[in-house]
Design a protein around this ligand. Structure first.
Ligand code: PLP
Length: 444
């Protein structure tokens, strides 16, 4: 095994990747641009651990950005996938596991029908089209700092990689496409009311992350999602709750299980991804039967996909969801709380001002702030350079965190005392590094 800072194998692969792929990656945040250094090329995942090309093992707190609720290479998921693969990888016809996966989703979430797709982006893009087709309206309301995939109309003031890379806007999105997108501050009821007062009859839908996780974790204030649902109902718009990140992760029925199910409201449409694909490219959107019934071939709103409902991907997702029982959610919640208290303890000890925010078992740290963060402006006010120092100290000590202060940390049911010990050993030094990190000098 090489010394902590040297990663000759990862570096070698990254150099090769840089020649053949833009930025050396297939999704921007993986490139470590926000934190610098060489992304680790992983060769194996097992439980809560990842092994990189240079042989060192890391506690994984990325979880493939959410899907790995059960941990990596869960034996039952692997066995089900192997069995499915051995029977053929794609038929281009209806197949049994896609029906079973849809049934599982309908049982857990407040949807009457679902359409399976291959990525979260495809889910939100299709939900938007359906909302526009159903209402006959064009305008879409979204919230600053929420990320819904790289859908043209939804990239305005987006979180995740867009904020990580500090991109003010994305070239290639025609102005007329975003002209129908209204971006409002998250958690701001007055702004929503004002938008509907002015544009109500033109608004097709409001889309929001069920709990924002792509500007760091910023939970909806109590009643905010209910308010959005009610406002949409009053004005004849649809309420789309994007549960791609939260779905089947923060409760058996996603974030809705933590608010709507208790408060007695339902979104008109929901989008799902990540956990429901069990680490494979599977996602979905679903909702009211009368709305979903507008989709082709039942209705006129067109949507399709060569690999939609792929038998291997749906088998992985179905097996994952069937394994995700009450014990799994209790374990994820409990490991998450343990990690959170280790992190805040170490940061307090080192005197690093911070706020740790949660949405169920999802959490993230805002650096150098003392008040709760409720919106994108608050998230952007944090001292990201402290995270950079913290991140590298943790990485050198064998803990793989999301490489951006604006991303959520994901724990799995496979985390255990050994992963906590590794973190406990790494944290004091990382917290001191965060405390001592100098503010970068500004060049402008
Ligand atoms: N919606 C949310 C809330 C997400 O977090 C993401 C991805 O992180 C997406 C949509 C897009 O999903 P995908 O990356 O599968 O396209």
């Amino acid at each position: 095994m090489s010394a902590p800072h040297e990663q000759p194998e990862s570096q070698r692969w990254f150099d090769r990747a840089l020649i053949v792929s833009p930025g050396g990656v297939n999704s921007p945040v993986r490139a470590f641009r926000a934190v610098g250094g060489t992304p680790r090329f992983m060769v194996e995942g097992e439980g809560a651990w990842l092994t990189a090309a240079d042989g060192e093992r890391y506690v994984d707190l990325v979880g493939s950005w959410g899907p790995m609720l059960l941990g990596h290479a869960h034996p039952e998921v692997v066995a089900a996938v192997q069995e499915a693969v051995s029977r053929g990888t794609s038929f281009g016809t209806p197949s049994r596991p896609e029906v079973e996966l849809a049934e599982e989703i309908v049982e857990r979430a407040p949807v009457e029908q679902v359409r399976l797709v291959s990525s979260g982006t495809e889910a939100t893009m299709s939900a938007l089209r359906l909302a526009r087709g159903f209402t006959g309206r064009d305008m879409v309301v979204k919230f600053a700092g929420c990320y819904h995939g790289h859908v043209d109309a939804l990239l305005a003031e987006a979180g995740s990689g867009v904020v990580t890379l500090g991109l003010p806007e994305t070239p290639g999105v025609p102005a007329h496409v975003t002209a129908d997108t209204v971006v409002l501050p998250y958690n701001d009821r007055a702004a929503v009311e004002a938008a509907f007062a002015e544009l109500g009859p033109r608004i097709a839908c409001v889309i929001t992350e069920a709990a924002a996780g792509n500007m760091g974790v910023v939970p909806p204030e109590p009643g905010f999602n209910a308010f959005l649902s009610e406002t949409c109902r009053t004005h004849g718009a649809l309420f789309i709750s994007d549960e791609v990140m939260t779905g089947f992760r923060v409760s058996p029925s996603g974030h809705w299980g933590l608010d709507g199910a208790l408060e007695g409201w339902q979104p008109d449409l929901l989008t799902f991804g990540k956990v429901m694909g069990g680490g494979f490219p599977a996602a979905a959107f679903g909702g009211r039967a009368d709305v979903m019934g507008q989709l082709a071939p039942s209705g006129p709103v067109y949507q399709a996909g060569t690999l939609s409902g792929n038998p291997v991907a749906t088998t992985a997702g179905l097996t994952t969801l069937r394994l995700a029982d009450a014990d799994v959610y209790a374990a994820v919640d409990s490991w998450s709380e343990s990690v959170q208290s280790l992190v805040t303890g170490a940061l307090k000890q080192a005197g690093v001002p911070h706020v740790l925010q949660t949405a169920g078992s999802m959490f993230s740290v805002f650096w150098g702030v003392t008040d709760p963060v409720t919106d994108f402006a608050g998230a952007q006010a944090q001292e990201t350079w402290r995270f950079t120092a913290f991140f590298h100290a943790m990485l050198d000590a064998g803990v793989h965190l999301p490489p951006s202060a604006f991303e959520c940390w994901f724990v799995s049911a496979a985390h255990d005392d050994a992963t906590l010990s590794r973190m406990a050993a790494a944290l004091p030094e990382a917290a001191r590094a965060a405390a001592a990190a100098p503010e970068p000098t500004r060049t402008t």
